[in-house]
Design a protein around this ligand. Structure first.
Ligand SMILES: Nc1nc2c(ncn2[C@@H]2O[C@H](COP(=O)(O)OP(=O)(O)OP(=O)(O)O)[C@@H](O)[C@H]2O)c(=O)[nH]1
Ligand SMILES: [Mg+2]
Length: 321
């Protein structure tokens, strides 16, 4: 054997990276938070397009929740992320009654100026004694309420109102509901208001519309999160708030999405943006699932109306059974 060059490597058991002995455990796993993850979320959201078969150019996400929980701020947060600067198209702030008074289906614009394929439909905040009731909620879900309609807190809209949409098409209907709840005051929601939301959920369930919850103001609910937003999924306080909302609205825990809205910041922050985009992507996934269900239902209906004899035959057979 003629050896001209030889390299010798020694394999040793180096110092392994161990997590510190009392590192808090995440109660929800996510990839590592960095610029690349933010980019991935951004791309995932931009590339989500509702199927063309139903004639949908964008999906409608209805934001519902008590007064001052951060509905309008959430739209502003998402618009800021995509615009690349803090933006405040929706009026927001604190008041006894809702600052938002009209049904506003906001589009989100990317830096290029192109609109993304979803709309955040902002609504008047829910109150126990006035505002949106079950009938008006039903009209909203079905697309009967015209865009930019000014809610009348004392009297719900009726089919006699000018502008009432009598024959809404699929694009005007709601494809996913986003309840917006404040993480700090989740335990203080008046039981009557919870009842109101539960009654709305009954009609959503009946229509098969998915429901998610945006748990806002996580910075006010937990000091650890306020100092570092990426602590959100290790915070026991936020985990407890997620459990609490999941119980109140009877929704699985992965439908509860914590966020911190842009409210004091003058510039974007990757961690705030990541948390907000994580929530939006999940909401859009649920809306996509709903649209798939709708499509299958509609094509099944079309097939059965195209083949009346076969259907009749099936029904007769069912009768016999
Ligand atoms: N610290 C903090 N403040 C928030 C957050 N989200 C919203 N806010 C503040 O909460 C207040 C209410 O926010 P809005 O976005 O107006 O709430 P809304 O649900 O649209 O309220 P109405 O339209 O009146 O029903 C504003 O002062 C926001 O700046 C958050 O995540 N953290
Ligand atoms: Mg508002």
């Amino acid at each position: 054997m003629c050896v001209t060059e030889l390299e010798v490597y020694s394999v040793t058991d180096g110092v392994r990276k161990k997590s510190p002995p009392h590192a808090p455990q995440s109660w929800r796993k996510t990839p590592e938070w960095n610029e690349k993850f933010l980019e991935t979320l951004n791309e995932d959201i931009v590339s989500l397009k509702p199927s063309g078969e139903l004639g949908l150019s964008d999906v409608r996400i209805l934001m519902l929740g008590p007064v001052g929980t951060g509905k309008s701020s959430f739209y502003n947060t998402i618009n800021s992320v995509f615009k690349g600067r803090i933006s405040q198209r929706a009026r927001c702030g604190n008041a006894t009654h809702s600052i938002t008074t009209a049904y506003t289906p906001y589009l989100v614009k990317a830096r290029s100026g192109a609109s993304l394929n979803f709309r955040f439909c902002d609504t008047r905040g829910l109150e126990v004694t006035q505002g949106l009731d079950i009938l008006e909620c039903n009209y909203l879900l079905d697309g009967n309420i015209p865009d930019y309609y000014e809610f009348n807190p004392a009297t719900p809209i009726s089919p006699e109102n000018p502008g009432f949409v009598h024959h809404p098409r699929v694009p005007e209907k709601i494809h996913c509901v986003l309840f917006v709840i404040d993480a700090k005051t989740v335990g203080d929601i008046p039981p009557k208001l919870v009842e109101k939301m539960n009654s709305f959920q009954k009609i959503m369930n009946h229509k098969g519309i998915p429901q998610t919850v945006l748990l806002t103001k996580v910075d006010l609910a937990c000091q650890d999160v306020a100092s570092k937003i990426s602590n959100v999924f290790t915070s026991k306080t936020i985990e407890a708030a997620v459990d609490k909302v999941s119980g109140l609205l009877g929704l699985p825990r992965n439908n509860i999405l914590p966020v911190k809205n842009y409210e004091n910041e003058m510039q974007l922050d990757d961690n705030i943006s990541i948390l907000a985009l994580l929530a939006v992507r999940q909401v859009l996934y649920f809306a996509e699932d709903y649209i798939e269900n709708l499509q299958e239902k509609m094509s099944a209906r079309n097939v059965s109306s195209e083949k009346p004899n076969k259907q009749e035959h099936k029904e007769k057979r069912n009768d016999k059974e």
